[in-house]
Design a protein around this ligand. Structure first.
Ligand code: OGA
Ligand code: NI
Length: 365
């Protein structure tokens, strides 16, 4: 009942952008403290030094037979999960051709006429389909993006009739791409389990195993914005699920990751995926791994498209810190909660749920 429909008629950001406006509507203007030109630390520009970037992992070293290289790469992954909550991977064995064509096909979808896209318009109860806002607060300040959201796993939630029928290749491509990315996700969960000193299948099992885990795809489309200094493509948030595998735009940057008091703009290596820890792995790891806040800035001259695969635990399993990671010195920082319950919980505390919890738990020390 509560989340049945949107509080106001939906205007597509792409429609606004293409109308040729030179100033953005009031609703998209962020408070000054959140604007991208207002860096948190006054002495640094929010666009970062060239050499500060999220860690880069060559997965060939993890698949390959050289034990020394494997150990070193595992160590780099471990550091990235603890210190950044983010890393990018190359040589991940997902076909570059497929990555390119799925991105192109989605671009084509967003370039179809509005009437066609509106057939897939979403509702706030599930968010499935074509959308332009999160949350149902009347008069809320909005982000500068449109998106398409769909379920790939579990199979019981997969409904291809809710996926775009055009371009004709898209549905097949979503299947093919998602299969590959979910497989990559399984490999990364294994690496994280090993790094945490757990059985290598610990995290996958805690997610409900192959048949139980959830995977949803959010395709973000950030249209050109005439006043990029006043708004954000996505406001600061941490991802609520387990882990996110992001295929960023091949030519436009925009993702910023919080590092202490700074926002670091990610320099994306062509062909890489960006991986980030989300809230549920932060819980399972008892906050050894961090679900870090991130946001997206927009661009006056270029639109940007990204594909975020959210890799989530089965929605009705209790998620809690692994017993092995709870000690006298480090008691459990979170009480058990299902992912379903958590999703309702963050509707009340806002989009930085567990990221905030970690800050308050560390500041209590
Ligand atoms: C997200 C997200 C980043 C991007 O969809 O949750 O953080 O670069 N996307 O689009
Ligand atoms: Ni995100």
């Amino acid at each position: 009942m509560l989340f049945q429909d949107w509080p106001e008629p939906i205007t597509r950001v792409q429609t606004l952008s293409e109308s040729g406006i030179t100033s953005i509507p009031e609703r998209y203007i962020k408070p000054e403290s959140q604007r991208p030109t207002n860096p948190i630390s006054p002495n640094k520009a929010s666009s970062n030094d060239e050499d500060i970037n999220i860690p880069l992992i060559d997965m060939e070293h993890l698949y390959g037979g050289d034990e020394r290289l494997r150990e070193a790469a595992l160590h780099r992954v471990s550091e990235a999960c603890r210190e950044w909550g983010f890393f990018q991977v190359v040589n991940h064995r997902v076909s570059h051709e497929l990555m390119k064509s799925v991105r192109e096909a989605w671009r084509e979808f967003f370039n179809h006429p509005l009437e066609f896209k509106e057939v897939y318009a979403n509702k706030p109860d599930t968010y499935e389909g074509y959308g332009s806002r999160l949350g149902v607060k009347k008069g809320a300040i909005l982000d500068w993006n449109d998106f398409f959201f769909l379920h790939y796993k579990p199979c019981s939630l997969r409904d291809q009739s809710k996926w775009p029928s055009l371009p004709t290749s898209l549905r097949n491509m979503i299947n093919e791409y998602s299969e590959e990315v979910v497989k990559l996700g399984g490999t990364i969960l294994e690496l994280m389990s090993i790094n945490l000193g757990l059985n290598e299948d610990y995290l996958l099992n805690a997610f409900g195993g192959e048949s139980g885990l959830g995977a949803c795809l959010r395709v973000n489309f950030y249209p050109k914005c005439p006043q990029p200094d006043l708004t954000l493509g996505l406001s600061s948030h941490s991802d609520p699920g387990g882990m996110t595998i992001l295929l960023p735009d091949d030519s436009v940057s925009g993702l910023q990751v919080r590092k202490g008091e700074d926002w670091i703009t990610v320099n994306h290596v062509p062909g890489a995926f960006i991986i980030n820890i989300a809230d549920q792995i932060q819980v399972m790891s008892n906050a050894i791994y961090k679900s870090v806040e991130h946001r997206v800035i927009v661009n006056p001259n270029k639109e940007r498209l990204s594909l975020a695969m959210f890799y989530n635990p089965k929605s009705d399993l209790l998620i809690q810190p692994a017993k092995e990671l709870v000690t006298k010195d480090r008691p459990a920082l979170y009480s058990p909660m299902t992912f379903d319950e958590y999703r309702l919980y963050i509707r009340t505390v806002g989009p930085n749920g567990k990221a905030q919890l970690v800050e308050s738990s560390t500041s209590q020390k």
